[in-house]
Design a protein around this ligand. Structure first.
Ligand SMILES: *Cc1c(COP(=O)(O)O)cnc(C)c1O
Length: 349
């Protein structure tokens, strides 16, 4: 199907003239900068950051083997999600489709932008069915949000179903791959060349250990990236974030070591948690967390909380009834959790 982001996008976004910063109008080298009303003191932080994020984009491009025109960098992937709404969804008129259960930010951004969310329940085994998602779409459906590995269920979504959606849906298909490093597969980035309506989200918040600096990525057709870039805040990535992102990329073996360690611990935790009689099910995980169905989720959650161990209670979420989402920590943190679990079980028997 022919994909034209300009037909899909909101007219006001296509028509508007973007903000032009001092650094947009002059980006060469000079020795005296008197164009941006910056302070001459407190170097280097007196200067505005690079609005085009040239160095960081080059590094990200080399890392993921994607050309720079197809890369959007944002203040977390949350910024990319919000901008996709603002580029493509007409408030009060358009709708998006989200799988349930999934990441909460799609729904929140939709509400902020006055966009209807059409929810499609996952199958009982947490897989998706492209046909039921497509059935839900109409001419006002602009974006389908997929998350793989999915949060909070932990599983990768089936590639063949994602491809069906990419081929048959005329709007944008977002695949949020925040947890892909833990899955041992390369994900959907290689599909970018074949599907112009694909947007792949990645983040530095999980595997890279940089949730605190807010750095997210969207990989997409250059026309989609251009529209997102047009409406972003000019200086959406501050100097510290750009510098630390670059530094971390140059040390990417460290990230790989962390990922290996976490995956190892995940498998150990799965094994250990499975020995508890109060554990009814541990769902297969391709991420850095385990969704664990237990006999009395609320009671256990509160018990752990009182012992200073915080997990996520997902028992109120559809298809996750009675389940806690447990992030994999260091070996020591995981052992502490197991130790407290044993005390909890013994105190009740
Ligand atoms: C944690 C998470 C993110 C990360 O968002 P950032 O804004 O980049 O920190 C994105 N998507 C999902 C599904 C997540 O769970």
């Amino acid at each position: 199907m022919k994909f034209d982001p300009e037909i899909l996008a909101r007219k006001n976004i296509l028509d508007m003239v973007p903000y032009s910063s001092a650094r947009d109008e002059f980006s060469g080298t000079a020795s005296v900068f008197l164009d941006a009303n910056e302070s001459p003191y407190n170097s280097p932080y007196n200067r505005y950051p690079d609005p085009l994020q040239k160095k960081l984009k080059e590094a990200v491009g080399n890392l993921f083997l994607v050309t720079e025109e197809k890369i959007f960098l944002g203040n977390g992937s949350d910024e990319a999600i919000d901008l996709l709404f603002r580029v493509f969804c007409e408030p009060g008129k358009d709708n998006v489709i989200s799988i349930v259960p999934s990441y909460g930010m799609y729904r929140v951004c939709a509400a902020m932008n006055d966009i209807e969310v059409r929810k499609v329940l996952l199958n009982p085994d947490y897989s998706i069915s492209a046909s039921s998602i497509l059935e839900c779409a109409d001419t006002r459906s602009k974006i389908i949000f997929l998350c793989s590995p999915n949060n909070p269920t932990g599983n990768l979504l089936e590639i063949s179903e994602i491809k069906t959606l990419l081929m048959q849906f005329r709007g944008i298909v977002v695949v949020d791959e925040a947890y892909i490093d833990f899955a041992g597969t390369e994900g959907t980035l290689p599909f970018l060349k074949d599907y112009q309506n694909l947007v792949v989200l990645r983040t530095f918040s999980k595997a890279w250990g940089l949730a605190g600096i807010r750095l997210g990525m969207a990989f997409a057709d250059e026309r989609v990236v251009r529209l997102m870039t047009k409406i972003k805040y000019p200086y959406n990535l501050n100097i510290l974030t750009q510098e630390l992102g670059l530094k971390m990329i140059s040390d990417k073996e460290k990230k790989d070591r962390w990922v290996n360690q976490i995956v190892l611990e995940r498998e150990k935790m799965k094994n250990e948690l499975g020995k508890f009689e109060i554990v009814d099910n541990i769902y297969p995980s391709d991420a850095n967390f385990l969704l664990v169905k237990v006999k009395n989720a609320f009671k256990l959650y509160n018990y752990l909380k009182d012992r200073g161990i915080i997990v996520r209670d997902r028992s109120g979420v559809r298809l996750c009834e009675g389940s806690l989402r447990i992030t994999i920590g260091t070996h020591e943190e995981n052992s502490t959790l197991l130790k407290e679990l044993k005390i909890f079980v013994n105190s009740r028997s």
